[in-house]
Ligand binder design. Structure first.
Ligand code: S3P
Length: 181
């Protein structure tokens, strides 16, 4: 019987809902693996010279999603990079397929309650600036779960520190990329 060829991803991508710790875990992972660290939101901000909130407010979410898609295309040739993605990026099937082509895709998962605990004192996320952000989190998480579940690896972050999550993800990456016997 022929086994499927093993993927040898050169990069590691973190996907997941807002507030699941992608950026802090990503930075720790990059240190541990001696990889570079890139964050798609930071790339968009430095390319446009504007904050994500400004882009949403002045041009709307559609323009933001186009910028997100463009940034991702430019990452395809990277090696040894940990990429932290905006929470909505993998909800575009093309984006998710592109990520999988050049990275091991790891989803950081958290319950709506934990997400709320982590984001409630922050104000930089336009999608959560609503009258009932807790309801919005529950609704969006449910809609996005089918995309997040397509990750190669899913890690629950509810009861783990960013450091513990980073260690677990680093182990998964090493297992996924170790040389074939
Ligand atoms: C978004 C998540 C944000 C940012 C933008 C939209 C989303 O990134 O890309 O506000 O659609 O979930 P984080 O997941 O890093 O907060």
């Amino acid at each position: 019987m022929q086994s499927e060829p093993r993927r040898q991803p050169a990069n590691l991508a973190l996907i997941g809902f807002m507030g699941t710790g992608k950026t802090s875990v990503g930075r720790l992972l990059a240190e541990q693996l001696h990889f570079q660290f890139l964050d798609t939101d930071e790339m968009i901000q430095s390319r446009t010279g504007r904050t994500i909130a400004d882009i949403f407010a002045q041009e709307g979410e559609t323009t933001f999603r186009q910028l997100e898609h463009q940034v991702l295309q430019d990452l395809a040739t990277r090696k040894k990079t940990v990429i932290s993605t905006g929470g909505g990026l993998p909800t575009n099937a093309e984006n998710l397929a592109a990520l999988k082509a050049f990275a091991l895709v790891v989803c950081l998962w958290a319950s709506p309650e934990k997400i709320w605990e982590r984001v409630k004192n922050q104000s930089h996320r336009p999608l959560l600036q609503t009258g009932d952000p807790q309801k919005k989190i529950r609704e969006m998480l449910e809609l996005r779960a089918p995309f997040y579940r397509q990750a190669d690896v899913l890690v629950n972050t509810d009861a783990r520190s960013p450091r513990a999550v980073a260690q677990q993800v680093a182990l998964q990456f090493k297992l996924a990329t170790r040389a074939k016997p």
